[in-house]
Design a protein around this ligand. Sequence first.
Ligand SMILES: *Cc1c(COP(=O)(O)O)cnc(C)c1O
Length: 402
Amino acid sequence: MTGRHFLHVPGPTNVPDRILNAMHVPMEDHRSAEFPKLTLPLFEGLKGLFRTTSGQAFIFPSSGTGAWEATLTNTLSTGDQVLSPRFGQFSHLWIELATRHGLEVIVQDEEWGTGASPERIHQALEQDRAHAIKAVMVVQNETAPGVTSDIGAIRAAMDAAKHPALLFVDGVSAIGSIDFRMDEWRVDGIVTGSQKGLMMPTGLGIACMSQKALEAGKAARRNNPLRRGYFEFEDMQRSNKDGYFPYTPSLPLLYGLREALRMLAEEGLDNVIARHHYLASGVRAAVVQGWGLKLCARDPKWNSDTVSAVMVPEGFNGADVIRRAYQRYNLSLGAGLSQMAGKLFRIGHLGDLNELMCLGAITGAEMAMRDIGIKVEPGSGAAAAQEYYRAHGEQQMRAAAE
Ligand SMILES: *Cc1c(COP(=O)(O)O)cnc(C)c1O
């Protein structure tokens, strides 16, 4: 097909030309005296992205899932209890991974379309007088139902219960797009991947750990620790402190990461977050006011600024919308996963995006829906989003310029 492909799955996201060009590098000696000039600033840049001064960042050649695995296996012991709300496919997968590693997961099921409940977490921790629960694992932005949980409120709930559990957060579809504050919320482990808010290809799993989590890891190593080989933090720490890696790092991805961090710093992290909220609000206007459809998110407080899961009307299959959009309009939309399969389609709106790119996705989804017989008014979604962007765009640009 001619023209640009419209990539609107919630990751991987569009890779800007600046990052593509930055990755076009010859291979070099990763043990040279020059190499740390590339790598040491990356660790500092990542700390800025996670808003931490005391945390320690790790960069693995993996996807986000590898960084989850590293976080758990480097901090916990076999048989430890962990508490985890489940309200979508990614929280489900994190629980699976923890179980496979021999952790005992206490699952708090929440209805899909809602998120982690600070009240229930508080209750479970308060009942755990013996402090058997060693960690709470939460997905900040559940990419499957398009729901964002309030990590600050979860920290407050843990504090109110006076419970010492570690707080681990999956930020794969939130970091670099949705507000996240590692130090302020005293998050002990945050995980992301390169292919979402960082606007890069897949291939890096990134974790940042608090000093408390690293200390817990040292204690776990003396007490039946989970096993790890490739993902050993201590090997990383030994090499990373001088800017090296225990194995051959992916050079293009490290150059890409440098460019991504530069781009986010140039725009300003606060502006990046505000832009995601603004673009997402236009998409939501299209879905709700324009098409008259429902989001999977049950209440505006759960709305995700990086992905909107659009419920298709009764009698239709979201997979048909996705297939039509892909085959006829060169537009990639996200599928409904697991219990939401067929019931929805997802519009990803994160990373390197602007209004007209979002309008392209909205228009394509609208045409695909009409093609399969869903009775949305022609142009209704695009019109609602246009009016939102026209009304709020000046304010958005002024704020970004300040
Ligand atoms: C994409 C995603 C993941 C999976 O990350 P991979 O990089 O595919 O391993 C995990 N959690 C969330 C919330 C995601 O959106």
